[in-house]
Design a binder for this molecule. Structure first.
Ligand code: FAD
Length: 383
């Protein structure tokens, strides 16, 4: 295959990789995207809870809550076509062993400026009042993963950015002073190209590529997760419910399949592991493909129905399995900062991971700061 040269090579055709490629293209950089699957958005950017976070989820991380409050309106504006907001989102605060009380939760929402009101009586009576202290109505929507992918594809087509589907990047290596060599495989055929910058946007696979390229492992936490898709009874078809704060559950619309998701803090993660420096990282996708996990739907229902009896009538549709990746420091606070590591072992090689979909704005800001300072330094050297 021919050995072309690009300004930027983006590895990973999920939401982050595509948006980052578009961002570079708008700045006039010749950009290429590599995606190992047969289509874009086949992985975490489709298999997730579809919540556009507006801060309510993060009473234990004020910074993540505040960043969500800033990014939420921007995301709703920029991805309007993919937004699903024909439902009401309720957050219920459990009694013991919740990590926050209703008073604390109300105060937290005031601090982050998130609209909150008492849920109407017909909603409150859905809950077991012995176990639920208070139910709040909030302002939070969902996104449709199919529509988000289609919107992204439309933008990519218009931009004429080269997208190489079914193409797995095997490794990268320094190609002299300014360039990085990217070695990839399409079908059985190997190829290489060169780029000035390479962005690793492969989410759970970030360290797999680093290890293959002989580069250091970045500490990350992974969870093999199960998101159950369910048909809910008519009375809660137009609502989403999240019980806070700790080992509870959530059920909310999953617009891409016109149903609801059911997730549980205890039963959604089936397995947890860590990428640590000096340890060979597990190939999360290969591991998931080779495993045959059994659904925890019945456990989720057994626990959740104690708080919300209507859960007993949920009808199982299917389980979506994906590896969820977060920074290890998120473990206790449930925060969702982005991973942004520049010049990781090779000048111009950047690893980026957004802990949630709206964090794209934080990632693009960081990229702008990085490239602006690079440009300034370049000018200084030239003088
Ligand atoms: C179960 C779950 C629930 C979640 N819930 C929410 C939520 O409700 N709200 C929210 O905002 N966020 C949520 N998230 C987080 C959100 O899904 C992610 O932050 C986001 O999708 C990450 O996008 P990405 O493009 O980095 O990753 P991905 O969409 O996984 O894209 C990475 C791409 O890289 C490709 N790739 C990997 N290795 C290679 C290689 N060597 N060569 C070429 N291609 C490669 C993969 O095939 C994949 O398509 C959730 C995540 C999970 C897993």
């Amino acid at each position: 295959m021919s050995n072309k040269t690009y300004d930027v090579a983006v590895i990973g055709g999920g939401f982050f990789g595509c948006e980052i490629a578009l961002h570079f293209h708008e700045r006039g950089y010749k950009t290429v995207i590599f995606e190992k699957e047969s289509d874009l958005f086949k992985r975490a950017s489709f298999i997730n809870q579809a919540r556009v976070h507006n801060g309510y989820h993060y009473p234990r991380s004020l910074l993540t809550a505040l960043r969500s409050r800033v990014n939420y309106p921007a995301f709703v504006r920029d991805y309007r076509e993919a937004i699903y907001d024909s439902f009401k989102q309720y957050y219920a605060v459990a009694n013991q062993p919740s990590k926050v009380t209703a008073v604390q939760y109300r105060r937290f929402c005031e601090r982050i400026g998130a609209p909150l009101s008492e849920a109407p009586a017909d909603i409150r009576k859905l809950f077991n009042s012995d176990l639920i202290e208070e139910v709040f109505e909030t302002e939070e929507c969902a996104f449709d993963g199919n529509k988000l992918r289609d919107l992204t594809k439309k933008k990519l087509k218009k931009s004429k950015i080269e997208v190489r589907l079914g193409t797995e990047v095997e490794l990268i290596k320094s190609a002299g002073k300014e360039g990085i060599l990217v070695r990839f495989k399409t079908g059985g055929q190997e190829g290489t190209l060169e780029a000035n910058s390479v962005l690793n946007c492969t989410y759970s696979q970030i360290n797999v590529l680093n290890a293959r390229s002989g580069l250091p492992t970045i500490p990350l936490k992974h969870e093999l997760t199960e998101t159950v898709l369910v048909k809910v009874p008519r009375q809660i078809e137009d609502i989403g419910i999240t019980v806070m704060c700790g080992s509870f559950f959530s059920t909310m619309p999953f617009p891409a399949r016109s149903c609801h998701s059911l997730t549980h803090v205890r039963y959604t993660p089936h397995e947890t592991w860590y990428d640590k420096p000096g340890k060979q990282p597990k190939n999360a996708h290969a591991y998931l493909d080779g495993s045959n996990p059994r659904t925890s739907f019945s456990y989720m229902v057994s626990d959740a129905k104690r708080y919300l009896s209507v859960v007993s009538d949920f009808k199982y549709i299917e389980s979506l399995w994906e590896v969820k990746t977060v920074l290890p420091q998120s473990e206790h606070s449930d925060s969702r900062p982005i991973l942004f590591v520049t010049d990781h072992g090779i000048k111009g090689y950047i690893c980026i991971m957004g802990g949630k979909i709206d964090n794209i704005y934080d990632a693009l800001d960081e990229l702008d700061v990085y490239y602006d300072s690079k440009k300034k330094n370049g000018k200084k050297k030239a003088h």
